[in-house]
Ligand binder design. Structure first.
Ligand SMILES: [Zn+2]
Ligand SMILES: [Zn+2]
Length: 143
C-alpha cells in the first residue's frame, strides 16, 4: 500500500469546507449500506478512517445529518457542505475517536486502496467490488 501524504488534505465541491489530517489513515474501505448509497447517489462510498484528534475541519457551511443503519445499534453522523452538497466525513457512535473521510473529497487520491468492504448484503447487483478487499455482509465483528 502506498504511503498517504502528510498532511492529508481535502475539500468539498465548492471549496467552502476544507480539512487537513496530521496523521496516518487507520482504515480504508468501501461501504455499501443503503444510507451511503443515498448520500453518495451511487452504489457505495469509499471511506478513509483517521483519528478525530488529528483532523482539522474549517468552513461555516459544514452541516450534519444523522442516520441509523438497519439492525445496527449505532448512529452515523454524516457531515456535508450545505452550500454545494458534498459529503465530507462521518463519525459512528459505536466507533468513537475515528472520523471517516469520503475519499472523493481528498485532494491526492493516488494512495487510496480499499482493503475492506462492509454492508455488502445491501450492494446492488451492478455494484463493482475491490478484488483484494475482505468482504463483510454487514460490519466486521467487534474486537
Ligand atoms: Zn461546498
Ligand atoms: Zn455506509
Amino acid at each position: 500500500m502506498a504511503d498517504a501524504p502528510r498532511p492529508i488534505t481535502g475539500r468539498c465541491l465548492c471549496g467552502a469546507v476544507t480539512y487537513s489530517v496530521d496523521g496516518k489513515p487507520v482504515w480504508q474501505g468501501a461501504c455499501y449500506c443503503s444510507n451511503c448509497q443515498r448520500q453518495t447517489a451511487t452504489a457505495f462510498s469509499v471511506i478513509v478512517g483517521v483519528l478525530s484528534e488529528v483532523l482539522t475541519v474549517e468552513g461555516s457551511t459544514l452541516a450534519s445529518y444523522k442516520t441509523v443503519s438497519e439492525g445496527y445499534e449505532s448512529t452515523t453522523e454524516r457531515r456535508f457542505c450545505s452550500a454545494c452538497g458534498s459529503p465530507i466525513f462521518s463519525t459512528i457512535k459505536a466507533m468513537p475517536g475515528v472520523a471517516f473521510l469520503k475519499a472523493g473529497t481528498i485532494d491526492d487520491k493516488s494512495w487510496i486502496e480499499p482493503t475492506v468492504e462492509i454492508w455488502t448484503d445491501s450492494a446492488p447487483s451492478w455494484a463493482p467490488h475491490f478484488d483484494n478487499a475482505a468482504r463483510f455482509a454487514r460490519v466486521p465483528p467487534a474486537n
